[in-house]
Design a binder for this molecule. Structure first.
Ligand SMILES: [Zn+2]
Length: 402
């Protein structure tokens, strides 16, 4: 089954699709060294996965010949499946399935962009909604029509995946003890894609601000902490305002994204604290889906829980996400939402919000001793290190190539 139904007419879908043939050619012009290790499936030139993968087969064969331990057939079949199911994703070509080994080498990456069917409405719904069918732009969080543009969305997904490819991590499980590798990779990919967005669409675009807020909404609504790139994206947004992005070359855009991510990604303690805190808001979202709660009450229930968490948390990252949520709520909640909170309930939300917005926290509480010891032991086990051995220096994730 495909992930999305057929495309709506252009008039309801945010305009024409991205020209993928031109976008792929541009990538190899900018990064010729990645002809050998980044392979992009073109959703506009093939009708099935086998044909799509055939177009990149000679390059995959070369990679296999040079790296006999790379699991090319495995990645290739994942790529075919992604294409057939129309799932935007990227597949790492490593020497162990799902990179379970300690320092698995990533030899290359197969990127499956979002195809023509992913209109602005559907991509927004995929990011914001809990179901792909919720494809109306009126649904909370709403977004300005001029930026809910199909080409911008498809560009974002492609540049995000290419951002991952350009900053490929060799996975160092030991650095997971101090640093969320997953979050750092997402910060790199989002920063790269949004720097390029400003370069392509102009410094006036508000799309990156929406993406920053969206990542925050998703941490709160879905508990998606690994993709919480908002603090990193805010630095990109600020640099754009200072006029510091327009002149960057694509390679400089990549290096800047790596630098921002290195400074702005979550520690494991912060990631853990956010996951614990937003399990509560995730439960609110799940209840809304189960009870088919309408948008107004869905939004107000999330807001109430977020303010309650923000008023009592000891984690600076959790507080930051709650404060962002409160500020964004007014921007993105439709103005005509009917809702059924009582005056007393509204007063409580106001009191929590007032308290939360005044708070400042500095130090991230550490995961408690027993939980940390267990987690570290599991990392040691799966990375083949002996217990008690000192963790390796965190992976500095230098981009490959010249
Ligand atoms: Zn990603």
């Amino acid at each position: 089954m495909n992930a999305v139904p057929n495309r709506a007419p252009d008039s309801d879908s945010g305009g024409p699709a991205l020209d993928y043939t031109a976008a792929i050619a541009e990538f190899y012009r900018e990064f010729p060294q990645h002809r050998k290790d980044v392979f992009i499936l073109n959703p506009q030139t093939a009708t099935n996965g086998k044909d799509a993968v055939k177009l990149i087969a000679p390059a995959l064969d070369d990679l296999q010949a040079q790296n006999p331990t790379a699991m090319v057939p495995f990645s290739r079949s994942l790529g075919e499946t992604a294409f057939m199911k129309k799932i935007p994703m990227s597949v790492n070509i490593t020497d162990s399935p799902f990179a379970r080994k300690a320092e698995a080498v990533i030899y290359g990456r197969i990127v499956m962009p979002a195809g023509d069917e992913f209109t602005a409405q559907k991509l927004k719904a995929l990011f914001t909604g809990h179901s792909v069918g919720a494809n109306s732009n009126a649904r909370y969080p709403s977004m300005k029509e001029e930026f809910n543009n199909t080409e911008m969305w498809q560009r974002y997904v492609l540049d995000h995946e290419l951002g991952h490819a350009l900053t490929m991590l060799s996975i160092n499980k030991q650095s997971m003890k101090t640093s969320s590798i997953g979050n750092r990779a997402e910060c790199e990919a989002d920063c790269y894609s949004m720097i390029r967005h400003y370069q392509r669409y102009g410094a006036q675009s508000e799309f990156p601000e929406f993406v920053s807020e969206l990542r925050n909404f998703n941490a709160v609504h879905k508990g998606d902490v690994v993709h919480w790139t908002s603090p990193a994206l805010d630095e990109v947004i600020a640099l754009n305002k200072q006029g510091k992005l327009a002149h960057l070359t694509p390679a400089q855009a990549r290096d800047l994204a790596v630098d921002i991510a290195q400074r702005r990604h979550l520690s494991v303690d912060a990631e853990y604290n956010m996951q614990q805190a937003f399990a509560e808001t995730l439960a609110v979202s799940k209840a809304a889906i189960a009870n088919k709660t309408h948008d107004g009450d869905r939004a107000m229930n999330s807001l109430a829980k977020t303010c309650e968490i923000g008023a009592k948390t000891q984690s600076p990252s959790v507080l930051d996400a709650c404060q962002r949520y409160f500020r964004a709520f007014r921007l993105y909640a439709p103005t005509d939402m009917p809702q059924s909170k009582t005056p007393d309930e509204l007063k409580q939300i106001g009191a929590d919000a007032g308290k939360m917005m005044k708070r400042k926290l500095e130090k991230e509480p550490e995961m408690d001793g027993l939980r940390r010891a267990f987690r570290d032991a599991m990392i040691d086990f799966s990375s083949g290190k002996k217990p008690g051995q000192k963790p390796a220096a965190p992976n500095d994730n230098k981009p490959k190539g010249p």
